[in-house]
Design a protein around this ligand. Structure first.
Ligand code: ACO
Length: 332
């Protein structure tokens, strides 16, 4: 009989420094009122100068491993989801993180799926475990997005923050409290909706990148917003339907924290109550791949995430990519 995958712990880390809407008012032509009304964001955390993405990931991963009661020798695969890795392409952030955690000789890989990265990582962990290729997978969503934000562009700089979240996904012979289903999708037709144009093979770093601000994230916000609401709503409806689960059975709906209005629209379309919808966007902003595990950790630390709680996760981001997951939490 094939093993099942369980999420047995979560952990998170946020850097100390914060950047409030008032701070942003002094940097670009914006107001606290506009940001709050259009996004729900009030503040975000910013990595210290000597903190790279793997440093944020390290603290989150360590906490998740401690809570799962597993040491480095138990982990047989490390997956890091990020669009702000330590280095441009190599080494992977997963390699750097595994080394720092003392995890040796096992696979370590990065997942590049923007804000959907954590769901993509979860889907890989589930597949590795159910196929018997791994028994205990560390998955991390970590971002130092502030390094790639153009702080002269009011359309994006008000949105993003830094942080990390992690989870340990372990094999179990029992179907109880398992990762029931994960669904991922992508459509490159909209590749320019969210893009960091410079530095890759299309526009290499040895050009006039600085002048064109090509090394920073660029976003067609309003178009992204519309596709996000439609895609996310359909995606979560599909995953619920194909598993015969109704929205009222969901204990916590944990969406990617991009914008209060997107979350509200999807929650309303599903008929979810305020109590079911987890909202952390006000205090962290959009932390891309880190936002879902950070929100899970918030729930856990508030004593609201219990073993057996049914979770519905969903995310949408650059690529475009999207994904949703249905699971029963297996942590203590
Ligand atoms: N302060 C004040 N005014 C602003 C600001 C700002 N910070 N930013 C834009 N505006 C202005 C615009 O210039 C525009 O002015 P105009 O009407 O004079 O032209 C007006 O506000 C409206 O702009 P819109 O872009 O239409 O504003 P919208 O309501 O769409 O909100 C936002 C913008 C918050 C970016 C929203 O579109 C959004 O959240 N988009 C989705 C983001 C998302 O989901 N991303 C996916 C994940 S991210 C990832 O994968 C990394």
């Amino acid at each position: 009989m094939r093993p099942y995958a369980q999420m047995v712990s979560v952990g998170a880390y946020v850097p100390e420094k914060t950047l409030s809407n008032r701070d942003l008012e002094r940097m670009v032509d914006t107001t606290d009122e506009w940001i709050t009304k259009r996004t729900g964001i009030q503040t975000r955390h910013i990595a210290a100068e000597d903190e790279a993405t793997s440093d944020l990931a390290y603290h989150a991963a360590k906490q998740a491993m401690e809570r799962a009661g597993v040491g480095p020798e138990a982990i047989d695969l490390v997956i890091v989801a990020s669009i702000s890795g330590d280095y441009l392409f190599m080494p992977s952030t997963a390699c750097v993180l595994a080394h720092r955690l003392g995890i040796k000789g096992v696979g370590a890989l990065d997942v590049l799926a923007a804000c959907s990265g954590f769901i993509y990582a979860l889907s890989s962990a589930k597949a590795y475990i159910e196929s018997g290729m791994a028994r205990c997978v560390l998955i991390v969503g970590a971002e130092a997005l502030s390094r790639f934000v153009d702080y002269t562009d009011r359309g994006t700089c008000i949105l993003f923050g830094d942080g990390a979240g992690a989870a340990v996904i372990r094999a179990s012979e029992s179907p109880e409290n398992r990762v029931v289903d994960v669904k991922i999708g992508a459509d490159g037709e909209f590749q320019d909706f969210l893009i960091t144009p410079g530095g890759g093979s299309r526009h290499p770093a040895h050009g006039a990148l600085d002048k064109a601000h090509c090394q920073f994230m660029q976003m067609r916000g309003n178009e992204t917003f519309k596709v996000a609401v439609k895609t996310l709503t359909q995606d979560v409806q599909t995953i619920l339907a194909r598993n015969g689960v109704s929205a009222s059975e969901i204990k916590h709906f944990v969406p990617h924290q991009a914008n209060y209005r997107i979350i509200k629209a999807v929650g309303d379309a599903l008929g979810l109550s305020e109590e079911q919808v987890v909202m952390t966007v006000a205090k962290y902003g959009n932390t891309s791949a880190a936002s879902i595990p950070m929100a899970l950790n918030d729930l856990y630390e508030a004593g609201r995430l219990k073993k057996g709680d049914r979770l519905l996760l969903d995310a949408f981001g650059g690529g475009l990519t999207w994904g949703s997951a249905l699971l029963d939490f297996a942590g203590d």
